[in-house]
Design a binder for this molecule. Structure first.
Ligand code: C2E
Ligand code: MG
Ligand code: MG
Ligand code: MG
Length: 280
């Protein structure tokens, strides 16, 4: 009897596992197709200087305009793309299209000083070909290196420190700045931070959201901002959703901010209107 129960449970488990594997396989196949069909496109979220409200740049955020699945957000394809190494092709597609777009805006709208900040899967920093791949994109699109930044998470700093460091140095030598994304959530060993040539810490949204109501979050943000200044880095607060948080961050010497309070990520068309308004 016990054995029957056991087998019953096993079969239910087996069915749902089977379904999950099927779903993952069909998602993987669709992602492969989407890479070939160039279905991944960047949306653009402004990064703002808090004291002046000037537009400093945009973060490029991947969206999948799928003929089969509709409009798909990163949480629904990035994890599987990371597991299957398809992320590299997606990242390069987003960087290429973002650089192309910014170059076009420079020509059409005259926004020479704003940058585009692109997310790179952290493990790409373990590959010696990364700097050349980025350089090729810059040459192909004609965008100046100081108009491009790359964002990676703390995960990249935990392994292969030598090659990660070499890649960062090569990017920096080209003029591409490096941002550490979601800072404060990860593996928070602060000892490694000063060893890498990082320009900017992006303070994770979890500390920013409604910070005006959370003393402990304020203390963490202050600590991160101090740390950044001591290491000659600047800070961007992510996920600012209201004026009170924007003001508080500015008071705490966090120079730059990003979040729904300023704008959600926008299509290229909407981002162009946004730039035109800011340049007025
Ligand atoms: P991230 O790089 O930390 O990007 C910030 C995320 O926070 C974005 O989500 C953005 O839409 C969201 N966000 C910005 N402001 C606010 C706010 O005020 N409130 C709230 N609730 N959310 C806000 P998104 O676009 O869904 O991207 C999620 C994550 O997917 C990104 O987090 C990044 O880790 C990853 N990702 C996105 N595009 C790419 C890409 O091209 N390559 C790679 N490797 N990863 C990407
Ligand atoms: Mg990011
Ligand atoms: Mg982030
Ligand atoms: Mg994030």
């Amino acid at each position: 009897h016990a054995k029957d129960n056991g087998r019953g449970r096993y079969e239910v488990f087996d069915d749902s596992m089977h379904q999950k594997v099927q779903n993952a396989l069909s998602l993987e196949a669709d992602i492969r197709e989407a890479i070939a069909w160039q279905e991944f496109i960047p949306y653009f979220q402004p990064i703002i200087q808090l004291s002046t409200l000037a537009l400093k740049g945009f973060e490029a955020l991947a969206r999948w305009q799928s003929t089969k699945r509709g409009f798909v957000f990163p949480n629904d394809f990035i994890p599987l793309a990371e597991d299957t190494n398809l992320i590299e092709a997606i990242d390069m597609q987003i960087i290429e299209k973002s650089c192309q777009q910014l170059k076009y805006w420079q020509n059409e709208l005259g926004c020479q000083d704003i940058y585009i900040s692109c997310n790179l899967f952290s493990k790409q920093f373990f590959s010696t070909s990364l700097p050349q791949r980025i350089e090729r994109v810059l040459i192909n699109t004609g965008l100046a290196p100081y108009n491009l930044r790359v964002e990676l998470t703390e995960r990249a700093l935990l392994e292969n420190a030598d090659i990660v460091h070499t890649n960062m140095q090569a990017l920096k030598a080209m003029g591409v700045k490096i941002l550490l994304d979601d800072f404060g959530t990860g593996y928070s060993s602060l000892g490694y931070l000063h060893r890498f040539p990082i320009d900017v810490l992006k303070i994770d949204r979890s500390f920013i959201s409604n910070v005006h109501e959370h003393d402990n979050h304020r203390a963490i943000i202050r600590t991160i901002v101090d740390l950044a200044h001591n290491l000659n880095m600047s800070t961007v607060g992510e996920g600012i959703e209201n004026l009170a948080d924007a003001q508080l961050l500015q008071q705490m010497d966090c120079k730059y901010g990003q979040g729904y309070y300023f704008s959600k990520p926008m299509s290229p068309q909407h981002a162009a209107d946004y730039i035109i308004n800011k340049l007025k």
